[in-house]
Design a protein around this ligand. Structure first.
Ligand SMILES: *Cc1c(COP(=O)(O)O)cnc(C)c1O
Length: 367
């Protein structure tokens, strides 16, 4: 990647007074789980009205100091991204389609009335942090460095309007597998009482507020013995939209592959887009079209629907074996991972790890 010419985007490197000791780090990355262990560094960039982005730093990860009136604490002006640094088979680290995350971050920013960050600055921030914390790369199968860029309004002001000061940060977390091992397919709960996003709302933006609103239905799914919640559309309460944090795909016995279309209430996943492209390349009849819960049940029961899976950066591709709602439950295929699901997952992972040819230029090497 080219170094950035704009002097405004040079990151000041702040020395770390006390990085985690080697032995402690080795212990932490031996079994990091997901989202629990954090690295030594973080990136911070500030935005001030009239000045734009400034004060780019890569420094020690440390607590933030916030005014209690910071707008984000009251009106939730916050967006985020999630992407992984992988280790390729030849040992170098790489990102997967990071410019897609940068573009989506700015789409989220526009929806939440926040300033856009130049895409090259976003990618450079992620790159610098992954390189600074490369020793944190977990030595576990399927391991990665999960990068979490985010932005929030920290202007102390209780009036309701877009803030005049923001912070953009990137933090980094060594990641193992997202779902506990030993669960080959997940069971999902169709929320009857709650929806995730309404037309005209923030469903297509990656904002913390969407997640806050999904916690009750997700807890309901867990309480009923399921792993995840799946949402129906808010207008008709009929069409399958997505899980709390993953997109969903359906595969049929006639070779059709269906995923709900991007109508503004669904998060446009990078994994979703990549799988659509890979499936089309394989000559599958891939369609972005609406699919109803009633049809889902009927097709599962008739055997027309052979596989179903959820996808996203954190969990990659996860087979859905069982679906339950207030009207009872049904099983998809054998209830375990299907052939297409496994094949698509392997193809994607092989590209991400540098084991398969990267025909689309998706892999961005970090060094
Ligand atoms: C992030 C996210 C996804 C998955 O997007 P990827 O880019 O594939 O990681 C799906 N749904 C929601 C609600 C999300 O926030």
């Amino acid at each position: 990647m080219a170094t950035l010419a704009d002097p405004n985007t040079q990151f000041t490197q702040l020395p770390h007074p006390s990085p985690v000791a080697d032995a402690d780090r080795e212990r932490l990355i031996a079994d990091p789980g997901f989202g629990k262990v954090f690295t030594d560094h973080m990136v911070v960039i500030e935005w001030t009205e009239g000045q734009g982005w400034h004060s780019h730093t890569l420094g020690p990860r440390e607590p933030l100091s916030l005014d209690p009136a910071a707008a984000v604490l009251h009106y939730a002006q916050e967006i985020f991204e999630g992407l992984k640094a992988y280790r390729l088979d030849d040992g170098t680290m790489a990102l997967f389609r990071p410019e897609e995350n940068a573009r989506r971050f700015n789409a989220s920013a526009r929806r939440l009335a926040m300033p856009e960050l130049p895409e090259d600055v976003f990618v450079e921030a992620v790159r610098q942090l992954a390189l600074a914390d490369r020793d944190w790369f977990p030595k576990v199968p399927g391991g990665s460095l999960y990068l979490r860029p985010f932005m929030f309004a920290d202007e102390p002001f209780l009036g309701v309007r877009p803030a005049k000061h923001y912070k953009f940060l990137v933090i980094c977390s060594p990641a193992g597998n997202y779902f506990k091992s030993g669960s080959p397919a997940v069971s999902i709960w169709v929320s009857g009482a709650y929806t995730r996003a309404a037309p005209g709302g923030t469903g297509a933006a990656k904002c913390g507020g969407n997640y806050a609103a999904s916690l009750v239905p997700q807890a309901e799914a867990i309480a009923r013995g399921h792993d995840q919640v799946v949402f129906l559309d808010a207008a008709e309460h009929k069409w399958v939209e997505e899980l709390g944090g993953m997109n969903v795909f359906f595969a049929f016995d006639d070779g059709r592959v269906v995923t709900p279309p991007l109508t503004g209430t669904i998060l446009p996943g990078v994994t979703r887009d990549s799988l659509l492209k890979l499936a089309r390349e394989d000559g599958l009849d891939v369609r972005e079209e609406r699919y109803s819960l009633d049809q889902w049940r009927a097709d599962a029961e008739s055997g027309k629907l052979v596989e179903c899976f959820a996808c996203g950066t954190a969990a990659v591709v996860t087979p859905i074996g069982r679906v339950a709602g207030e009207d009872g439950e049904f099983t998809i295929g054998s209830g375990g991972p299907g052939q297409l699901t496994s094949k698509l997952r392997e193809r994607l992972v092989a590209i991400q790890r540098g084991a398969a040819e990267d025909r689309h230029g998706w892999v961005v090497r970090l060094d």
